[in-house]
Design a protein around this ligand. Structure first.
Ligand code: PMP
Length: 351
């Protein structure tokens, strides 16, 4: 048969989301366990009632609400179809064929995919033995083809977060013509006090990505945002898939910002559970890096696949990553207890 699509797509993996099953406890996708607040659900219903109309392609009302909430001018804010949509758009604004994109590995699985789809070349830089970004190695990987660097903090899937000093030193060392994307999808769970938006205010090449999918509980609605210099925001508008931030998503996100304090309050419970789960795993003899996200990382190496399957068989879906480790989302206390019951069982400890 005559080929009709790009041959290089064959070597690009299709994104595989975390598993789901109605009977199992799902700790595989870093979602919030709590549904939308009544006011958010109402905003979703109201927006759905006028779904015959196209959305505002500039998300103007949401951008205004973000501007107020973040204390950042509107011209510094763009919205996207999830922050993953913005990752894709960033590669498109920064790279042409063969340009290089640096990111730590392991990190968010979409980085290599969006890079290759855009025809750019992925340059993964291994994490340190402590499962942290190796910022010096990332700097050393810069060439004259480097156009974009993704820095994920807290890092998915290891949960490790960068300190402000090391991050500032890194940002100061990156040449000003390279875009640095600080992916802060888990910002609201990070108690280290580092705020990428403050770092981006004085650095025109730094763009911060955040999302309503995690702490704000809108993973199924698809809306994220970028904060950056207006030149980056203007470029993002050029490549933006028209109308991809839909009207329901815009209304839901605005309603979340109105209830921001109540939603952020929920993160305190997640952080407390995160510490409880980590302590219990450490006590059982696991190596668990300090995490600033809503998940923990168990670097189980070649046991990861079997461990993930055994946990699923025990009714708890977690996320194995090749021969590196497994990531376990923090859920409600009874869900975390179910995972801990598995993790501390002889069956799991002997795997
Ligand atoms: N960045 C990171 C680090 C993530 O873990 C995720 C979700 N898994 C995203 C971005 C994308 O999130 P969303 O598209 O739902 O905003």
């Amino acid at each position: 048969m005559t080929r009709v699509t790009r041959a290089d797509l064959d070597s690009i993996p299709t994104y595989v989301p975390g598993r789901s099953s109605p009977r199992a406890i799902k700790l595989a996708s870093n979602e919030s366990t709590q549904g939308p607040l009544p006011g958010v659900a109402q905003a979703i219903a109201d927006a759905a009632a006028t779904a015959n109309r196209y959305p505002d392609n500039t998300s103007a009302a949401l951008v205004r609400a973000l501007s107020e909430s973040l204390n950042v001018p509107s011209e510094n804010i763009a919205t996207g179809c999830g922050s993953v949509g913005l990752c894709q758009e960033l590669v498109q604004i920064a790279c042409k064929d063969g340009d290089e994109v640096i990111y730590a590995w392991r990190s968010f699985e979409a980085y290599p995919v969006v890079t290759k789809v855009a025809g750019a070349t992925p340059i993964p830089v291994p994490l340190t033995a402590e499962h942290r970004h190796d910022l010096d190695a990332m700097l050393a990987a810069i060439t004259d083809r480097t156009r974009l660097i993704f820095v994920c903090t807290p890092n998915n899937p290891t949960g490790t977060a960068l300190g402000s000093e090391e991050l500032e030193r890194f940002l100061n060392a990156v040449p000003a013509n390279i875009v640095v994307a600080l992916d802060e999808a888990y910002f609201e769970y990070n108690r280290s006090g580092v705020d990428g938006i403050e770092l981006a205010r004085t650095r025109p090449n730094v763009v911060v990505l955040r999302t309503f999918s995690k702490a704000y509980g809108l993973a199924g609605i698809r809306v994220g945002y970028a904060v950056a210099d207006p030149a980056i925001i203007t470029a993002l508008a050029k490549v933006h898939t028209t109308f991809s931030v839909n009207a329901v998503a815009q209304a839901a996100a605005i309603a979340c910002l109105s209830a921001r304090d109540e939603l952020l309050q929920r993160t305190h419970g997640v952080v407390a559970e995160r510490d409880r789960v980590r302590d219990a795993l450490l006590a059982a003899g696991y190596d668990v890096p300090v995490t600033e996200a809503n998940f923990v990382w168990l670097p189980l190496r070649d046991r990861s696949g079997a461990y993930g399957q055994a946990s699923a068989d025990a009714g708890v879906l977690i996320r194995p990553y090749g021969a590196d480790g497994v990531r376990v989302t923090i859920g409600d206390p009874h869900e975390n207890d179910a995972f801990l019951a598995f993790a501390t069982s002889q069956a799991a400890l002997q795997l």
